[in-house]
Design a protein around this ligand. Sequence first.
Ligand SMILES: Nc1nc2c(c(=O)[nH]1)N[C@H]1C(S)=C(S)[C@@H](COP(=O)(O)OP(=O)(O)OC[C@H]3O[C@@H](n4cnc5c(=O)[nH]c(N)nc54)[C@H](O)[C@@H]3O)O[C@H]1N2
Ligand SMILES: Nc1nc2c(c(=O)[nH]1)N[C@H]1C(S)=C(S)[C@@H](COP(=O)(O)OP(=O)(O)OC[C@H]3O[C@@H](n4cnc5c(=O)[nH]c(N)nc54)[C@H](O)[C@@H]3O)O[C@H]1N2
Ligand code: SF4
Ligand SMILES: [Mo]
Length: 747
Amino acid sequence: MTTSRRKFIKISALGLGGVAATTSALNMFGANSYLDELVKENVTEKLKRTATYCEVCFWKCAGWTYTNEDGAIKKIIGNDNDPHCYGRLCPRGTGGVGMYNDEDRLKTPLIRTTINGEETFREASWEEALDLIAEKFNGIKEKYGAESLGLLKHGAPGAHLEHLYKAIGSDTIAEPAYAQCRGPRETGFALTFGSWVGSPEPTDIRDTKCLVLIGSHIGENMHNTQVQEMSEAIDNGATIITVDPRFSTAASKSTHWLAIKPATDIALMLAWMHVLIEENLYDKEYVEKYALGFKELKEHVSQYTPEWAYGVTTIKPEEIRKTARAMAHASPSVIVHPGRHVTWYGDDTQRARAMASLNALLGSWGRRGGFYFKEKISVPTFPHPAYPHPKWGWHDIGEKYPLAQMGITTEVVKASIPNPENKYPVKAWLVAGTNITKSIPNKKLLLEAMDALEFMVVIDTMPMDVTGYADVVLPECTYLERYDGIRSATNREPSIAVRVPAVPPKYDSKPTWWIAKQIGERMGVGNYFNYDDFEEVIEWQLQKMGTSLDEMKKIGVKNFPRTSGPLYLDENSTYEFPTQSGKIELYSQELKDLGFDPMPNYTKHPEPEQGFYRLNYGRAPMHTFSRTANNPNLNDLKSENNLWVNPKVARILGLKTGQEVWLKNQDDIISTFSIKVRVTERVRWDSVYMVHGFGHNNKKLSRAFGKGINDTQLISKIAVDPIMGGTGMRGNFVAILTENPHKNTEI
Ligand SMILES: Nc1nc2c(c(=O)[nH]1)N[C@H]1C(S)=C(S)[C@@H](COP(=O)(O)OP(=O)(O)OC[C@H]3O[C@@H](n4cnc5c(=O)[nH]c(N)nc54)[C@H](O)[C@@H]3O)O[C@H]1N2
Ligand SMILES: Nc1nc2c(c(=O)[nH]1)N[C@H]1C(S)=C(S)[C@@H](COP(=O)(O)OP(=O)(O)OC[C@H]3O[C@@H](n4cnc5c(=O)[nH]c(N)nc54)[C@H](O)[C@@H]3O)O[C@H]1N2
Ligand code: SF4
Ligand SMILES: [Mo]
């Protein structure tokens, strides 16, 4: 195949005739305010409920899908016994039925082909598509080894494909939810407390007296139970301290909003630690009993006075002292939230270390209202032969980053670009449940890699941008139409939840467990898939766990008692932290030995040049990344993103709310689409802000195409975290263009 094969195919080029389009959910429910309508009890109809857990984001709230006698989905509501949602789904979860109803869904397998010199997709049968994948994958395996098959994944489909990959002999696996998301905090907290934070975070928000959010915008970041617990904590009079250059929803609910200058958070935290130690406000008993390196930390932060931090962060010294005292006053029922999407400036593991050290000084780890000791129940493995041992895998590909705990997507991308020095050549990708062209920065590198691949498969539910680069596209059915793995996650008490299909798959779509098995059988590893239906696997596992599929279908969620010990530290005994030393490591010998700072230091980061503004991005409560932009229900609530611009900047540039503008970044990359300005005091004058996940460039997404700007397109510069390989993305700067730069070009 030639390189032009990797040319982006707009799936719109394909005549998808013959498949009946369904009415959109909006029409189906006959209301504009769809969500209001949905949650109203429907008393006139007899509804059946089916257990599920949500796939609109990764909090995985358990709920019930209600269908009527005609098999139509009427509503999805939360499961009362679920510790992930306390019976309430967020707007995205309620609107999840839009994923099922979306008439733009992928409907059949597609294979790349050339007709009259034009690259396009043609519809194919499953048989043909799966045979082709197995043939190509087997060819690559024979020529280069199974390790050359890469898997990029996210969400529930990932687990099935990971099993397939391990059975084939490849551990070349990565996901943007690590190196573009929470990776640095996991390494930073693991270095300090010996345990990574994980998901859901073990933050005891409901019982906290003080919650400190450092760029964690809970309320727009809608992780369900955190939002619910935060409002409970506010009702109970908790102090909320929000550090955010933008007046976020959380900031608007806060006792203290610290409008920090972007990229200076480590300086603030060093000064906070300075005050806690200087004023003797830290938890002495806890630190003496559990921490290692306090003397070094004390010495280290002695120079970082609030007056020094003022010059760096623009936060007044009194404000720094006042907030440090408020934290100490609440101690140990205080949480300096670890954040989640923390790949910002490249020194992110160190920022996470500073957060962890602050928590240690406040004695909050293992304390009520701080961080509880999480627990989950393990799901027994359905019997299969032992996996072969790959010669190399994600760990080797990311070997430059000694403390990476998962695959680094950008390193897999680099390993896919031919280079004689590359010891780990990746030749094919299977991409599932991740829209990598929107979630991995540095598109140029990504395009180069996709261009060089010998074969690329995408499994998705929607014709997302990434599908345009595939050789084969496989349509997965939505979470409402399939069985999936048992959800078991860490929480205060262990719990499990099941996902059962409420309706049969629409169109010619199939679940990923089936796809994995089909590819596995065709590649000669069918013995790893010793079942006809995934239902059998779940049934077997549930029986081993002392329940059954029948019972779980009735209850949806099962809670188990804790067996690992108390939720909080037992004050009468001495707990051993799972670090190398058994103590909380304020000073990290491990970092020192690897050549890194053993305690966090503030580094100055580049600032925008005249005429440029820092590109800041975040979440909107009714959307998840790029996955919901076309969802008929959620698109109805918000169909495009806006560019938040400070009034001072608006005055200088003569911008008005509602005005259409384009953006150009520091590398002269110009946004494909335009965005409407929102003039607001809520953003600092040195930055602009937008919600991530818009600006789709596949016309087949009829509602989302061309709406708003794709932030990722403008993130061409990344600051890599030398400790774990995370890609800092907040060091990109944009100029605002008021004239259409594409006037004479067709998009
Ligand atoms: N510029 C920028 N980049 C970012 C971020 C940002 O804020 N800005 N955020 C980062 C973060 S925090 C994360 S976690 C990552 C997330 O990045 P991704 O994991 O890539 O997230 P999505 O954009 O939601 O892409 C999910 C894809 O899965 C598809 N999908 C949905 N449901 C199913 C299903 O049931 N089966 C299958 N097979 N596919 C399905 C969707 O259609 C979509 O194409 O992105 C990171 N990258
Ligand atoms: N509705 C919704 N909720 C979601 C998601 C979603 O897609 N939609 N995705 C989920 C996922 S996977 C993740 S990882 C989380 C991400 O959500 P979070 O971890 O809460 O946040 P981020 O996206 O990193 O941060 C966004 C905030 O950081 C602020 N910020 C920007 N620069 C700086 C800075 O230099 N310093 C400080 N202190 N603040 C700064 C921004 O103004 C913004 O308010 O959200 C989760 N929840
Ligand atoms: S937080 Fe919302 S979108 Fe995420 S799993 Fe729960 S209900 Fe679904
Ligand atoms: Mo994330």
